[in-house]
Design a protein around this ligand. Structure first.
Ligand code: FE2
Length: 209
């Protein structure tokens, strides 16, 4: 009878048979619903052989995580405003804000991976990010477009200031890799994006000089 062969191949362990391990479990069954203990706490660093002392790696990870949390928020602000922007400059701003969001997301990944490279734990969960960020929360609804742009500029300036500080500390402590990332990528990108946004807040006549 056909129904005899229609048994669940992944059912609970039965007597030993081909395809099962010594405990009777099917070898190809994914082991689901696993729970584990936290094996590295946030705010600690593992020792990776990159010839940097513990204090330097700790200080760099702390500074990078602050920049990371604020950059994750800035990325999300760009997306929010990309969606909510309106008015006669809608199309141009809609595209520009999404371009900046994409560039911020690339920075976020680079900073997070730098934290991991230093042996630390990158802040990631948005609820954890919200506890760390220094960027003030926007209203859940829509603001007027110039207020959206001003809000972005304030976030950029905060990030630029903490990036410069983190970069000079990293340089003092011999962490050239973090210094390079903070200056060459973080700082330059945030300064350039600031310029592009700020130019939209110059009150120039549209038609008649
Ligand atoms: Fe989009």
């Amino acid at each position: 009878m056909a129904s005899k062969n229609r048994t669940d191949p992944f059912e609970a362990p039965t007597r030993g048979s081909r395809g099962r391990d010594k405990n009777g479990h099917d070898r190809s069954q994914p082991l689901l619903h696993q729970k584990g203990t936290e094996i590295q706490k946030f705010g600690t660093v593992r020792l990776l052989p990159i010839a940097l002392p513990y204090e330097t790696r700790m200080a760099s990870c702390d500074a990078l995580n602050q920049v990371l949390a604020d950059s994750i928020i800035l990325y999300n602000l760009y997306k929010k405003h990309h969606w909510l922007v309106r008015g006669h400059t809608f199309y141009q701003l809609h595209l520009l804000l999404d371009k900046h969001a994409g560039e911020q997301l690339e920075l976020v990944d680079m900073i997070a991976e730098r934290v991991q490279t230093l042996g630390g734990i990158a802040v990631a969960d948005p609820r954890h990010v919200a506890e760390i960020t220094q960027i003030s929360r926007p209203p859940n609804g829509a603001e007027e477009v110039p207020a959206m742009l001003s809000r972005l500029l304030e976030a950029h300036e905060l990030i630029i200031a903490e990036t410069r500080e983190a970069a000079s500390k990293a340089q003092e402590q011999g962490d050239d890799g973090s210094n390079d990332l903070l200056v060459s990528d973080m700082l330059r990108t945030n300064e350039l994006q600031t310029w592009f946004i700020a130019e939209h807040l110059v009150d120039t006549p549209l038609v008649k000089a």
